[in-house]
Design a protein around this ligand. Structure first.
Ligand code: 13P
Ligand code: SF4
Length: 319
């Protein structure tokens, strides 16, 4: 993705400007692990979707600069309707959110009366407003288990995460047919051959990956959980199946361990796995959005009212 270059600023100067502006405007920068290293290094908090929602829920900053994708910034806005939430690039979307449109989802729900609706946080505010509770990859199992065993459930929009949680919980949730284009691009053949080359490595994967990939993983977890696992496990070498941005923080946490990004299919735009949406943000765009307090995330009062409850339920169950 081509980044904007602001004429007189070097990256170091940009960083200084961002820090000064952040202080002056009483702003906080929340970043996902999939952001570029320069953005992660300047953020006040770097985390997974659950950690970011928890931070957004408790911040006292006046402005939230969300270095992530649109649904994440929208979630922060729903949790903070009176605060200004800005996103460096409004076009930073997500294949899961784009693949689950409100009218289609409303029609889908009519097919399953008596079902409660659990939506993965990777969806629009409108989808959240149609849900009973939200989950992330870190708490999906806990959220599902919070319903009685005989309660019919719909899980949307990630069929891979939903299928994984069905297996773990022994449920038979109805799944919306959506997927993350980044995690679906991992090549099982290349992973198996990499495992042969590195028999001393453990393969760890994010649950947005496909079933055949997850079936050969030693550990499956959210991005934060994958980092925690790499820290706690005595293994010295890991093959890591999630977006490549995670390697920055993971390597900082395990400086002496070897991290190998899991390979993607030939037709993926990069040999490893990069989310083109996450990578739309840049340090320059971050600076501009903090300076101009734009582009700003807006959500209607009506949607905020309906989407807040399922998000609050998630935060309550996750405590
Ligand atoms: P987590 O942040 O829950 O690990 O999910 C990863 C992801 O794909 C976010 O878009
Ligand atoms: Fe969406 Fe996948 Fe990108 Fe995460 S990595 S923002 S799930 S497309």
């Amino acid at each position: 993705m081509k980044s904007i270059r602001i004429a007189p600023f070097t990256d170091a100067a940009l960083t200084e400007e961002i820090i000064a502006l952040k202080k002056k405007k009483h702003a906080v920068i929340l970043a996902h692990y999939y952001q570029t290293p320069d953005i992660q290094d300047i953020a006040d908090y770097v985390g997974d979707s659950l950690g970011l929602s928890q931070q957004a829920a408790k911040t006292d900053a006046d402005i939230i600069v969300f270095a992530g994708v649109h649904f994440m910034a929208e979630t922060a806005k729903i949790l903070n309707p009176t605060k200004k939430v800005v996103l460096p690039d409004l076009a930073a979307s997500c294949s899961l959110a784009e693949g689950c449109l409100p009218d289609d989802f409303a029609g889908f729900l009519t097919l399953y009366p008596n079902h409660k609706v659990i939506s993965y946080v990777n969806c629009s505010a409108e989808i959240k407003a149609m849900s009973d509770v939200i989950c992330t990859s870190a708490n999906a199992e806990k959220i599902v288990n919070s319903f009685p065993k005989n309660q019919p459930l719909i899980f949307a929009p990630d069929k891979n995460l939903g299928d994984y949680i069905n297996q773990k919980t022994g449920r038979n949730m109805v799944l919306w047919d959506g997927a993350c284009m980044v995690h679906e691009a991992f090549s099982i053949e290349k992973i198996l051959s990499l495992q042969k080359q590195h028999p001393d490595a453990k393969f760890i994967a994010h649950p947005e990956s496909e079933k055949h990939v997850l079936s050969v993983a030693s550990y499956v977890g959210s991005t934060t959980e994958m980092i925690n696992y790499a820290v706690a496990d005595p293994t010295q070498k890991f093959i890591v199946a999630t977006e490549a941005g995670i390697l920055h923080k993971m390597q900082q946490m395990v400086p002496d361990k070897i991290l190998i990004p899991a390979p993607a299919n030939e037709d993926n735009h990069c040999a490893c796995a990069e989310c083109a949406f996450m990578k739309m943000n840049s340090l320059e765009k971050l600076y501009l959005c903090l300076r101009d307090e734009s582009p700003e995330i807006t959500v209607s009062d009506e949607i905020i009212k309906r989407a807040l409850l399922p998000l609050q339920r998630m935060l309550e169950i996750s405590k």
